[in-house]
Design a protein around this ligand. Structure first.
Ligand code: AMP
Ligand code: MG
Length: 401
C-alpha cells in the first residue's frame, strides 16, 4: 500500500514536461501560466517623478528653520516634461506622476505650503521626499515576473505597464474525461429505475478547468468491454491526460482494469487514505491516465491529491501543491492510525484563532459534504482519534488561480 505522499511523488516524477507555449495577447492570458520570464525593457518608473500634487524644489532652497519664499515658474501636469532648469529661488507646481524637472529633487505636498499669487512660502522638510526614483520599482533588464507564474489581473497589469501586449504562455493541457458505469445517466435526459445521474464528470470538468486545463468531454461509457476499449483509445489519441471515474475497484463490472492492461501500462494502487483507496495511474501511449474511484467524494478528493499536481505540472506551474494551515478542531475526530484521512470542514476565524468543524456525515458518496465545506481537514498517518481542541492541518479548497 502506498502513502499519499509516495503516490504524489511517483505521479509528479512520471508526468512529462509542460505542454508547449503559445503567444497570446495579454487580454486572453488571464489564468494562463507564463512560459518565459517577463523582463523590464526599461526602468520602472522610467524617470524620477513626483509622488504627490505639490511643488518641486531644489534641496539647496529648503530652509533649515523658519520659512522661505520661492517664485513659482510653471505648472506641470502628469505626462508633461518641464523644458527648462529650475534655478535657485524657484519652485515648479507639479502633479502626481509628472517627471521631476532638472534642478529639483524634493517635492512639497501642496497642503504644507502657502501660495500667494505666483509665490509660495515653504518651511523645513527632508531632502528628497515625495519623489519616486527612476527604476525604484524595477530596473531595466530585471525579471519582473518569473516563468511558471499564473497570470492574475495584477500580473497582467504589470506586464502592460511595461508596454508589452503579448506574452508567451503554456497551452492548456487537454484532458479527456469520461464516466463509466451502466447505472450512470446523463443529466437532462430521463433516467431508468436504478440509474443515478452523473456527478463526477461535472465535478471533474470544473476541477480541470480551475486547474487551467481544457476539457474534452467523452460522455458516459457503459460497462462493456469493446466500447470501453474503443473510447479509451480515442481519448488517449486526442488528449494529454485521460481521466475516468468508476470501475477501478473489484466489482464484477469493474472493467477498466482489464481493458487498460491491454491498452497501456497502468498500475492499480491501493493508497493508504480515506476516502478513496483505489486509484489507477499510468499511460496509454504518451498520454497519462488516471482512473479515479466512482464515489463522488472519493473521485473529487483523488483529483485534488493526484491529478491536480499533474495538471499543474503540465500547465507549466512552478508550485504543484496548495498551501496548508493549522486550525483548532471544534469536535473530536475519529481517525484510524496508519492511513491519511480527509474530512470536509468548515474553517472560520473566531476569537483570535482559526477553528474548524466537520460538515457532518462524511460518507464517500455524500457530495453535499463537499458543498457545505470550505476546506479539507487532513489527518496524517500517525494520528489516532483527535480530541476536540487539538490543532489539525487544513487545506482550503482551491481558488481558480
Ligand atoms: P464503481 O467504482 O464503478 O463501483 O462506483 C462506485 C460508486 O460510485 C457506485 O455507487 C457508483 O454508482 C458511483 N458512481 C460511479 N460513477 C459515478 C458518477 N459518474 N457520478 C456519480 N456516482 C458515480
Ligand atoms: Mg462502476
Amino acid at each position: 500500500m502506498l502513502t499519499v505522499r509516495e503516490g504524489q511523488e511517483r505521479i509528479v516524477a512520471q508526468i512529462g514536461n509542460a505542454v508547449p507555449p503559445e503567444v497570446l495577447p495579454v487580454t486572453r492570458a488571464l489564468g494562463r501560466v507564463l512560459a518565459s520570464d517577463v523582463e523590464a525593457p526599461f526602468d520602472v518608473p522610467p524617470a524620477d517623478n513626483s509622488a504627490v500634487d505639490g511643488y518641486a524644489v531644489g534641496s539647496a532652497d529648503i530652509p533649515s528653520a523658519e520659512t522661505r519664499t520661492l517664485d513659482v515658474v510653471g505648472d506641470l501636469a502628469a505626462g508633461v516634461v518641464f523644458g527648462g532648469t529650475l534655478r535657485p529661488g524657484q519652485a515648479l507646481r507639479i502633479m502626481t506622476g509628472a517627471p521631476m524637472p532638472t534642478g529639483a529633487d524634493t517635492v512639497y505636498p501642496q497642503e504644507v505650503v502657502e501660495r500667494t499669487g505666483e509665490r509660495v512660502r515653504i518651511g523645513p522638510i527632508d531632502k528628497g521626499v515625495n519623489v519616486r526614483l527612476r527604476g525604484e520599482d524595477v530596473e531595466a533588464g530585471g525579471i519582473v515576473i518569473e516563468r511558471g507564474t499564473v497570470l492574475r489581473p495584477q500580473e497582467i497589469g504589470l506586464i502592460t505597464s511595461l508596454g508589452i501586449w503579448q506574452v508567451s504562455v503554456h497551452q492548456r493541457p487537454r484532458v479527456a474525461l469520461l464516466s463509466t458505469g451502466d447505472e450512470v445517466a446523463e443529466p437532462g435526459t430521463p433516467r431508468r429505475p436504478g440509474q443515478i445521474y452523473d456527478a463526477n464528470r461535472f465535478t471533474l470538468r470544473g476541477s480541470v478547468e480551475q486547474c487551467g486545463g481544457q476539457v474534452l468531454d467523452l460522455g458516459i461509457v457503459p460497462d462493456a468491454r469493446d466500447e470501453l476499449t474503443a473510447r479509451l483509445r480515442e481519448a488517449a489519441a486526442m488528449a494529454d491526460v485521460v481521466l475516468t471515474s468508476g470501475g477501478v475497484s473489484v466489482g464484477a463490472y469493474d472493467l477498466v482494469k482489464e481493458v487498460l492492461a491491454e491498452l497501456g501500462t497502468i498500475d492499480f494502487w491501493q493508497v493508504a487514505m480515506q476516502p478513496g483507496r483505489p486509484l489507477a495511474f499510468g499511460a496509454i501511449g504518451g498520454t497519462a491516465f488516471f482512473g479515479l474511484p466512482g464515489n463522488p467524494v472519493a473521485s473529487l478528493l483523488a483529483f485534488m491529491l493526484f491529478v491536480r499536481p499533474a495538471l499543474w505540472k503540465l500547465a507549466g506551474r512552478r508550485r504543484l501543491f496548495p498551501p496548508t494551515w493549522q486550525a483548532r478542531t471544534l469536535e473530536t475526530l475519529r481517525k484510524r492510525r496508519g492511513r491519511r484521512e480527509f474530512k470536509r470542514g468548515v474553517l472560520a476565524y473566531r476569537d483570535g484563532g482559526w477553528e474548524v468543524r466537520t460538515t457532518g456525515p462524511q460518507g464517500s458518496g455524500i457530495l453535499s459534504s463537499m458543498v457545505a465545506g470550505n476546506c479539507l481537514i487532513v489527518l496524517e498517518e500517525d494520528r489516532d482519534d483527535v480530541p476536540a481542541g487539538e490543532a489539525v492541518t487544513v487545506e482550503p479548497f482551491a481558488e481558480p488561480f
